[in-house]
Design a binder for this molecule. Structure first.
Ligand SMILES: Nc1ncnc2c1ncn2[C@@H]1O[C@H](COP(=O)(O)OP(=O)(O)O)[C@@H](O)[C@H]1O
Ligand SMILES: [Mg+2]
Length: 296
């Protein structure tokens, strides 16, 4: 009897609509004989235990429901192989992980974390950014000028009112030269892109911004690759990572710094990744087959 390996690609209502990586991944898995299906992570009717492996992809609506999302990841991992693993999901869905990178000597955007109830100190000079520590797609994120500190204080208060820990960073104006995104598959560098700044207008919180404006291919420098690898070396369970994206910007002194590490639901920009979907599908297929054998 032939048993077909079932793999679920976890997405969301938004992802079902807009995940541009999804069609190629599903097609590549099906070409390998895998029964690949897309399902929203919060679809109560979907049977995750019927899958050998579950690949998290476009679960972009988790930031407002993080506890529910983490419970889902734990529950799925109890019955199937989950990529990336639940522990990575927990660690990476709150940008306080940037502290762990700093502790390991990895340069990141200088960040002050302010939890609700803590004293709010805003930078005395220069433009700065206010954003929640749990976020995606520049949700709840804005840039402020020195003259807009009252406006920024109101933003901080409203994020705190919603229970969020707030991040305050200098606005890195060299982001005008492009933010880099380096994609790794199975631990190996795959491809990179560059995109324009997202926070084009100071003083505005706009949750409908284009998250990846003017995306184009990018050849990373040796320093960017070294920084990305150093950041990945600091990840718990790093040897398990199926995919990773390291977002890099440049500080005023011209050195590259980590903006964020995307290990949960990054857009992988597969259209810029030559044979990316093929390699990702190979990795998913291998892992699912191993999980199916282990569970048989
Ligand atoms: N300190 C900063 N300096 C310049 N631009 C920033 C800064 N922080 C965020 N941004 C802009 O906002 C976007 C979203 O912020 P980011 O930290 O990547 O969070 P997420 O992508 O999870 O919403 C970035 O891609 C970048 O364009
Ligand atoms: Mg980002």
């Amino acid at each position: 009897m032939t048993v077909t390996t079932r793999v679920a690609v976890a997405t969301s209502a938004m992802g079902l609509d807009r995940d541009s990586d999804m069609p190629a991944l599903l097609a590549a898995l099906r070409a390998r004989g895998v029964d690949a299906v897309a399902a929203a992570w919060d679809d109560e009717d979907f049977d995750w235990s019927g899958c050998a492996a579950v690949v998290i992809r476009s679960t972009w609506d988790y930031p407002l429901r993080r506890p529910e999302f983490l419970a889902w990841a734990d529950a799925v991992q109890a019955v199937a192989r989950l990529d990336n693993p639940a522990g990575v999901v927990r660690w990476n869905t709150d940008k306080v992980y940037l502290r762990d990178l700093t502790a390991r000597g990895v340069p990141v955007v200088p960040t002050r974390f302010i939890a609700p109830g803590e004293a709010v100190v805003l930078p005395g000079d220069g433009q700065f950014v206010v954003k929640p520590s749990v976020s995606a797609g520049a949700y709840g994120t804005a840039r402020y000028t020195e003259q807009q500190r009252d406006l920024a204080a109101g933003h901080v208060a409203s994020l705190h009112g919603a229970g969020a820990t707030v991040m305050v960073q200098p606005y890195l104006s060299r982001i005008d030269e492009g933010e880099r995104a380096l994609v790794f598959l199975g631990g190996a560098f795959s491809h990179a892109v560059r995109k324009d700044p997202v926070l084009t207008e100071p003083g505005v919180v706009d949750d409908d911004r284009v998250p990846h404006p003017n995306l184009r291919p990018h050849r990373p420098s040796a320093a960017e690759l070294a920084l990305a690898r150093a950041a990945l070396a600091a990840v718990p369970e790093r040897q398990e990572l199926l995919y990773a994206r390291v977002d890099i910007a440049y500080a005023d002194d011209g050195s590259p710094v980590v903006m964020e590490l995307e290990l949960v639901e990054p857009n992988l920009f597969m259209e810029h990744g030559a044979d990316g979907p093929v390699r990702l599908a190979d990795l998913v297929h291998e892992r699912a087959a191993a999980a199916a054998r282990a569970g048989a």
